[in-house]
Design a protein. Structure first.
Lengths: 341, 633, 114
């Protein structure tokens, strides 16, 4: 089989698909905006549910990329594409052009900017951080407050920018619950004397081995789960974070002082993904992610023939799902190229 | 012989409406409160009288304000009002000079041509006939615009036009018929006698060439009289009642009478002074951003006139005051809506009888108390610490900690002895309840807060929330200076208590409705901003500023529509590509920041960032602990 | 068949079938966002009134939905309509109008405060 496919995005989805396509004899150009591949996984310390190091995923992706049919272009951001006859022309913001017989969009997601939920005080109070900030603390193996002390009471706020009409995101980001559980366990391991609380609206433990991890968090690590949406956070004179929530199961308002508050930022359609389709030709869902042609049978297919999707540019996904989705995209791309020639 | 049966309908109509207006104005006058009666008497014999005459000429006849807003719409109103006025005036003079008697009854002027068909033979007469034709042509040009507007409002530069009810349609048809029937009647008569000027004469000569013009004219004189008569008789039931009523409104307003809190003569007169011109609809963001086109002030006033249920309309309004500012008649639309809100559930308080020709006396309206009547007896007694300045952040400010923190920083920097009244959460100021029509319940909260403020001995109350500011200033009877934080900061700048750096940032300013239009505070926020940054205009400044859509005043607006209004406002504020969008209200900040990527910051935040740190000379922080928390009684 | 002596205590159970659901239906008709509540408690946590006394809009919402109108009928009086709950509600429930409509409904259906 012949043909040349352009893959936009060198994260998990893009690289996985590129590797599979290359092994089928297709020429692949992977265009990554950063200087190196890996996407969000690079910033993560370890993964749920087995807490394997995220560097293992990066190593796997590097191996996938090692193929003569693959050209990796880094530091280029795609800003628009057009289709003439059967071939695509993509423009990058630096003015470069790329040509291909098919396009696979794997532009992934952006993390919700937590300062948008001002009532939680991210960017205002020193010790309010996001799940991504915490992950980089894990990599440094040092969880410290801004004053250099170790936190004793840590709270996780679920659903920051997810399931939130006020943020314009009605959907569930799906991974934050299990990430909070994973990070809570990680914290307890690093600071065994600490008290850790998760404030949740619903615990959505719908993945393989998730619920088991939740049980473990309760049983082995003594993490407290409080059902209620945090409404506001203020800082008292000692710099403690006064967190207001209703303990909906106890039916009473609850006020608790925290040393550190971790906001579980949700996933949003990526800004750079939007830039690819600058003229708005591709259908988008109410969640603003790219809308596949069919959520059942064509989750990799776009409304433009020859343009395909892989991974979290269509909806929030974990790594497992992203890899499966990327493989599905490969089969659709191959079908398309076969019928085209 | 100066009588013909066809003048009967006109005369019935005319005398009916004259008697009606006199009768109604007596009722209105009697229902005025005593102080208002005195005001009106003083106004009648004072400066207000001349002022009113001038205003009646400029607004009721020329329609200057509508002309300013919308030239074509203004022309339409002017040609009908001013033209008709001129026609009556010149007609009366004509009848007086050229008729057989002086001081003729009105029908002599109106049907002058019928009774003096050969008028127009001399050059002087001819010149006068030319003048009359000119006025008629002027009116007809406006009438054509009005007809076009009815079928396509965009042609007169309006986005929306008001919708009509049955009687309005008949009245409208009779109004529309008046001038064409006059044109035809006069033309045919002139044609038969070879008189008339450029319009009636020319048209008449042409008719006369193929018609027995004299015979054909007679039915049109009937039609002319009938349409006038019908129009006058229906007048009190339609929006055209605004023609006589607006005169009263102008007199009353110039005499110093205002709408107030309860339904009364003045609000009645206002309700009837609305011409349904539709300018309030075009000004309304609910209309142009959210596509909601049935709740605007024109519809509210119409529903009140018709004694209809207004509950669906009154609460579905942002109370942003944009229509107040734009209303060419100067009706206090928001105040009237507030009256309706207070009366919700108890009807308007004024009821139409005799098919709406009469409305029963406006009773001071009190809403029926619901079974689940609000009650705040749970509020604990508190004794606050003494302080010079009280800071009341307001409920909403607790959800925007950056405003709260900035104010703490600014107050600390001021070096004054201040106290944070609601640091740990306070009691609502009462305005949200008032906006829901629950004034009496709001009093409980107002009394609670008032007591705290009194006991603190503070001379100044600073608040961050314009909603609180408005109610503190207007409905709290306090002997303290109430300042919005932008005004407080302005004072700090003026007396050089706090020094600020220039930030070299470009900002646009969103004037919150409750602070700007509803409280009249436009300048201080802008002056503070100019002190620390570069303020850009947006095209929606001061009185024309937009509402963010987050207004607590609208109890019915659903989230998706709120977002539409907010995103329009955000786009307008972002258009000059500023570094920051500045505002002075926590609610506006939250609402707008959800719709734009540009940073939305309260003026307090921008100021706090620009404060020059005081030299470390051991300046003591004068802040005392939260009064509510520390001193439980 | 003889019935054995055990039975559920009446007072303890929400007798869903016997309860009056007219209030819930009335509110939902006038303010459809009433149905969107997921009982996260954000409103109750931020509540100005809730700072001083027992009052939870989340609880009121749930109880009315179950037809348990007595406690809400009494509690609903305490709301100051300050509107903080509107700003935190993740479902975009028009909470203030829910309160106002509920007051209306309680009056209409003659549900007396405790």
């Amino acid at each position: 089989m012949t043909g040349n496919v352009i893959v936009i995005g060198g994260g998990t989805a893009g690289v996985e698909a590129a590797g599979q396509l290359a092994r089928s004899g297709i020429g692949v150009t992977v265009i990554e905006k950063e200087s190196t591949i890996g996407g969000h996984v690079r910033n993560w310390h370890h993964l749920f549910p087995d807490r394997r190091s995220s560097s293992e995923v990066i190593d796997y992706l590097r191996k996938q990329l090692k193929h003569d049919n693959i050209t990796l272009v880094t530091g280029e951001l795609i800003s628009g594409f057009d289709k003439k006859g059967g071939s695509f022309r993509l423009k990058s913001s630096s003015g470069k052009e790329f040509h291909g017989d098919a396009v696979l969009i794997a532009s992934g997601f952006d993390l919700f900017r937590s300062e948008r939920k001002e009532e939680y005080g991210y960017g205002i109070y020193d010790n309010v951080i996001t799940s991504a900030d915490l992950e980089s603390m894990f990599r440094d193996k040092s969880i410290l407050l801004r004053n250099g002390r170790e936190p004793e009471k840590i709270g996780f706020v679920h659903c920051v920018g997810s399931r939130d009409e006020k943020s314009g995101n009605l959907y569930c980001s799906k991974l934050c619950c299990i990430t909070a559980v994973k990070q809570a366990i990680g914290l307890k391991e690093l600071i065994p004397g600490s008290k850790v609380f998760c404030f949740y609206m619903d615990m959505r433990m719908g993945g393989a081995l998730y619920e088991e991890m939740y049980r473990e968090a309760q049983e082995k690590y003594g993490i407290s789960f409080i059902r209620g949406k945090v409404s506001e956070v203020s800082e008292n004179i000692e710099g403690k974070l006064v967190t207001k929530v209703e303990d909906t199961l106890a039916g009473r308002p609850l006020r608790i002082e925290m040393d550190l508050l971790v906001l579980m930022a949700g996933m949003e359609m990526s800004k750079d993904g939007e830039a690819i389709d600058i003229s708005g030709k591709l259908n988008r869902g109410v969640n603003r992610f790219f809308a596949p042609a069919d959520y059942h049978f064509g989750s990799n297919i776009s409304n433009i023939k020859g343009v395909f999707y892989a991974g979290a540019c269509t909806a929030p996904m974990n790594i497992t799902e992203t890899i499966s989705h990327a493989r599905g995209a490969v089969s659709d791309v191959l079908n398309y190229l076969t019928n085209k020639h | 012989m100066h009588f013909d049966p066809f003048i009967i309908p006109f005369n019935i109509g005319l005398y009916f409406i004259l008697i009606y207006v006199v009768g109604r104005s007596i009722i209105w006058f009697r229902n005025l409160s005593r102080p208002d009666k005195l005001r009106l008497q003083r106004g009648f014999f004072g400066m207000a009288f001349g002022q009113s005459l001038k205003e009646i000429f400029l607004e009721s006849l020329i329609h200057r304000k509508i002309l300013k807003t919308n030239l074509r719409l203004g022309y339409m109103h002017m040609s009908l009002a001013f033209g008709w006025f001129l026609l009556i005036l010149f007609g009366t003079i004509e009848a007086d000079i050229f008729g057989s008697h002086h001081l003729n009854p009105p029908h002599m002027a109106i049907f002058f041509r019928f009774f003096n068909p050969d008028h127009g033979k001399t050059a002087f007469e001819n010149g006068y006939a030319f003048l009359m034709d000119l006025v008629l042509a002027f009116i007809l040009s406006g009438l054509i615009l009005a007809i076009i507007k009815r079928f396509s409002s965009k042609s007169v530069g309006m986005k929306k036009t008001t919708r009509l009810k049955h009687l309005d349609k008949i009245a409208l048809a009779s109004l529309w018929l008046i001038f064409p029937s006059r044109l035809l009647a006069e033309s045919l008569t002139s044609g038969a006698y070879g008189t008339g000027s450029f319009l009636t004469g020319t048209l008449g000569a042409w008719f006369n060439s193929f018609l027995p013009a004299k015979q054909a004219a007679y039915p049109f004189w009937w039609l002319y009289s009938l349409s006038l008569g019908t129009f006058f008789v229906l007048l009190p039931l339609t929006r055209y009642m605004h023609i006589p009523t607006e005169l009263f409104l102008i007199f009353m307003r110039n005499s110093g009478i205002r709408t107030g809190d309860k339904a009364g003569t003045y609000s009645e007169v206002e309700v009837h002074s609305c011409s349904s011109c539709g300018i309030c609809i075009d000004a309304c963001q609910m209309s142009f951003s959210a596509g909601i086109n049935n709740i605007q002030s024109a519809y509210l006033l119409k529903a009140i006139r018709k004694d209809e249920d207004t509950s669906g309309i009154v609460f579905n309004c942002l109370m942003c005051g944009r229509c107040d500012v734009k209303c060419p008649v100067g009706i206090e639309l928001t105040s009237i809506r507030m009256i309706q809100r207070r009366a919700a559930g108890a009807g308007n308080g004024i009821h139409n009888i005799w098919h709406g020709y009469l409305r029963t006396n406006p009773v001071p309206v009190t809403a029926k108390q619901p079974a689940s009547k609000p009650s705040y007896d749970f509020l604990p007694a508190r004794k606050p610490e003494k302080a010079d300045i009280l800071y009341f952040a307001g409920c909403m400010t607790h959800l925007t900690p950056s405003i709260k923190n900035s104010m703490v920083k600014i107050l600390d920097a001021s070096g004054m002895k201040w106290s944070f009244m609601d640091e740990d959460g306070g009691v609502c100021c009462g305005r949200p309840l008032m906006l829901a029509g629950n004034d009496r319940e709001a009093r409980e909260l107002i009394n609670f807060n008032s007591r705290l403020i009194w006991k603190s001995g503070a001379h100044t109350l600073v608040t961050s929330c314009p909603i609180c500011y408005k109610v503190f200033r207007e409905s709290y009877y306090l002997d303290v200076e109430v300042l919005h934080h932008t005004q407080f900061i302005k004072q700090l700048i003026e007396d050089e208590t706090v020094k600020m750096n220039y930030l070299n940032k470009r900002v646009t300013y969103h004037s919150p409705c409750e602070l700007g239009r509803n409280s009249g505070v436009y300048d201080e926020p802008k002056e503070v901003l100019r002190h620390v940054a570069d303020l850009e205009k947006t095209g929606y400044d001061d009185g024309n500023s937009l509402c963010c859509g987050g207004s607590l005043a609208n109890l019915r607006l659903q989230s998706p529509d709120k977002h539409k209004i907010a995103s329009f406002a955000a786009a307008a504020l972002s258009a000059p590509a500023p570094d920051y969008i500045a505002t002075a209200c926590p609610l506006c900040k939250k609402t707008i920041s959800a719709e734009t990527k540009i940073r939305v910051a309260d003026i307090a935040e921008i100021v706090a960032e620009s404060i020059v740190k005081p030299v470390a000379n051991g300046m003591k922080k004068q802040r005392i602990p939260n009064p509510i928390e520390t001193s439980k009684v | 068949m003889n019935r054995f002596g055990y039975s559920l205590s009446k007072a303890r159970v929400i007798d869903y079938d016997a309860n009056n659901h007219a209030v819930a239906e009335y509110i939902a008709e006038k303010e459809p966002s009433f149905r969107l509540c997921i009982a996260c408690g954000g409103c109750a946590a931020t509540c100005t009134t809730g700072n001083f006394t027992e009052f939870s809009l989340r609880e009121i919402n749930i109880l009315i939905h179950r037809g348990e109108n007595r406690k809400p009928g009494s509690d609903i009086r305490k709301c100051m309509l300050c509107g903080k709950c509107i700003l935190v509600c993740p479902r975009g429930v028009n909470t203030r109008n829910v309160v106002i409509t509920a007051r209306e409904a309680f009056k209409k259906f003659g549900i007396n405060a405790l």
